[in-house]
Design a protein around this ligand. Structure first.
Ligand SMILES: Cc1ncc(COP(=O)(O)O)c(C=O)c1O
Length: 382
């Protein structure tokens, strides 16, 4: 039986030093960046504290416990068998993505994404000056689906890489094995390498099923590099650690040159925290999922009552709601208007790429009280 997780009162949350709590003026309710307000899992607090107590605060070197912990997690939660030795450590998913592209690609290689999608994908690729192209998701009311024709058009035009948020941020959408198989076949046909960012996967709702991309077919095994971290699901972004791996021997070998350097730039304390997350914190995770499912139900009922002209996504994963404000008077960038008028911070939809205008993203990993207050503050401006 899962329980709702405890959340500190606002006055205590405001003492946090993370970006969510430092970015805005004191009268703003912050519901943007993907951090959770929940108190974190006890085994992680213990593991990190133990490192500090032992003055074990040096550089990160070999850390086989992390590969074993994640392989154990993947087997328990998704019945997915991974070789622990194939798992490599990086600073975070962003750094891993950038360095993988830099190692495998060269100037001019095109990278495909499916917007509206996590804005940092654009920033990461821009950082290394690779061109980006979009295969925009098809929208039907509040549902979205893959536009396979658009994807094939970009793959056949010579794209070298495809980055997918699996599950999808901001939609909280899960892709089916057959959809992923179809993408893998196209990638095989046109020689595209897939980076599957599975950072939100542990937060899949109790009635839904997450499918690891690399698990769907032999073609996927040969094409996919999986990237993940405990940073979203256990709220450890400040600990700076992530992992990446591939079942393709060829890709694994090609990535060898970056392995030592990238691991050295991750955090030893972060690695210890990640081991505790992946191996000892399932119960907390189940409670986190139950808490976000309840918050999402609350959000839906508040919006139904107070925002009749607004549409919400139907996530099956994580704590993000993609909100369509196009029938309101808020204009192309509703988050900017809402911040100014209602003093609530949401993420602007515009950096999410095509399909982002008139939308905003709300983070509902917060207390019922803050959620209700945020909705009430925004209501008069719609
Ligand atoms: C899909 C996705 N990937 C990556 C990240 C960030 O990961 P990291 O901090 O490990 O770079 C986020 C954060 O919100 C995310 O939503």
């Amino acid at each position: 039986m899962s329980n709702k997780l405890p959340i500190d009162p606002l006055i205590k949350l405001r003492q946090r030093k993370s970006t969510k709590w430092r970015e805005y003026e004191k009268d703003v309710l912050p519901l943007p960046v993907a951090e959770m307000d929940y108190s974190i899992a006890e085994p992680i607090i213990e593991a990190v504290s133990e490192m500090m107590r032992r003055s074990d605060t040096g550089y990160l070197g070999k850390f086989p416990e992390l590969g074993e912990a994640f392989a154990g997690f993947a087997m328990r939660r998704w019945n997915w068998q991974i070789e622990p030795e194939s798992i490599r450590i990086a600073t975070d998913v962003g750094v891993a993505t950038i360095e993988i592209l830099r190692t495998l690609g060269s100037a001019g290689d095109r990278v495909v994404v499916m917007p509206p999608v996590y804005p940092a994908f654009y920033n990461w690729v821009k950082e290394i000056h690779f061109p980006m192209v979009e295969a925009v998701l098809e929208k039907d009311g509040v549902s979205y689906s893959i536009d396979f024709a658009a994807l094939e058009r970009e793959f056949s035009a010579g794209a070298k890489f495809f980055i997918i948020s699996n599950p999808h941020n901001p939609l909280g959408m899960l892709f089916s094995a057959s959809e992923l198989k179809k993408i893998a076949s196209l990638a095989e046909k046109y020689n595209v390498t897939i980076l599957s960012d599975e950072i939100h996967a542990p937060l899949t709702y109790s009635e839904a099923t997450f499918t690891p991309f690399a698990s769907v077919s032999d073609e996927a095994k040969e094409r996919v590099i999986t990237l993940t971290s405990a940073s979203k699901s256990w709220n450890l972004a400040g600990l700076k650690c992530s992992i990446f791996f591939t079942e393709s021997k060829e890709l694994h070998d090609k990535l060898e040159p970056l392995v030592k350097g990238i691991r050295h730039r991750a955090s030893l304390i972060g690695a210890a925290g990640h081991v505790a997350a992946f191996s000892q914190s399932d119960e907390w995770l189940d409670d986190a999922i139950a808490t976000m499912e309840a918050s999402h139900r609350l959000l839906h009922s508040l919006v139904r009552e107070q925002w009749p002209n607004v549409k919400l996504s139907n996530p099956q994963n994580s704590y993000l709601s993609w909100i369509d404000f196009s029938q309101t008077k808020l204009g192309e960038d509703p988050a900017a208007e809402i911040l100014e008028k209602a003093r609530v911070a949401l993420s602007s939809g515009i950096p999410f790429g095509s399909g982002g205008k008139n939308h905003a993203r709300l983070n509902f990993a917060t207390s019922d009280e803050l959620l209700a207050e945020a909705i009430a503050r925004i209501t008069p401006w719609l």
